[in-house]
Design a protein around this ligand. Sequence first.
Ligand code: ADP
Ligand code: MG
Length: 253
Amino acid sequence: MPTTPAEDGLVIEMRNVATRFGTHAVHTDVNLGIRKAEIFALIGGSGSGKSTLLREMVLLQRPSAGTVRVLGMDLRNIGDGDALALCRRWGVMFQHGGLFGALTVAENIGLPLREHTQLPPALIAEIAATKLAMVGLAPEVAAQYPAELSGGMLKRAALARALALDPELLFLDEPTAGLDPVSAAGVDALVLQLRGLFGLTIVMVTHDLDLLWQVADRVAVLAQGTVQAIGSMAELSQLDNPLIRPFFDGPRS
Ligand code: ADP
Ligand code: MG
């Protein structure tokens, strides 16, 4: 197993991460450490490489250079067995929902359980029902298809699926994007409820200032290929860096 002891309490560490797509350098030198049980947010302009960074944390993308360590494992030369074991320990909610349209909500939530466990179907259905309740969806939603749900319900269902395996790490890419303010506030409240649940660490990408102020313990600002600053919203809001100010001075999104 490719392990070296992680720095104390860090569940995710990125060191000197660079990412290029062809000649386009998205990240030149990204360094960050995420602590167990914190809510850590990534902000930055559109195209600054936030989603790519999340993808690199969950083995969906390989950096061009640098080190990514997750839960004590170096992702660079990870074997298939270790990769599978790690995938079982995190849940991901993608920017564009990612529910399968041909499956009911309950089947979507049960998917990671069918993939990663040998649990009998009846128990999987029971767990799916529990997760639905956890994200505030009514029991009858279980039998519905994604196309029948509103945007806010889709995000909740996707969150329920990400929570199916009781993950240690939860990755959320723009959980409130595209939602009306009321639905967005509902998702904000939900993320807040998840704080500290079984020591859950949450890593999220968001433009949503309400969500950031309400739930983020620390925020990393990504610009020009690197992390410009990491701190609480209160700390960041005091900085004069012209690459950071726009996130605090601009209109609320
Ligand atoms: P953000 O989430 O901050 O908006 P992304 O991480 O999605 O940004 O993308 C950062 C940049 O990398 C963008 O210019 C995007 O077009 C490019 N990019 C992302 N993924 C790929 C890919 N698989 N192939 C080529 N370019 C990509
Ligand atoms: Mg993105």
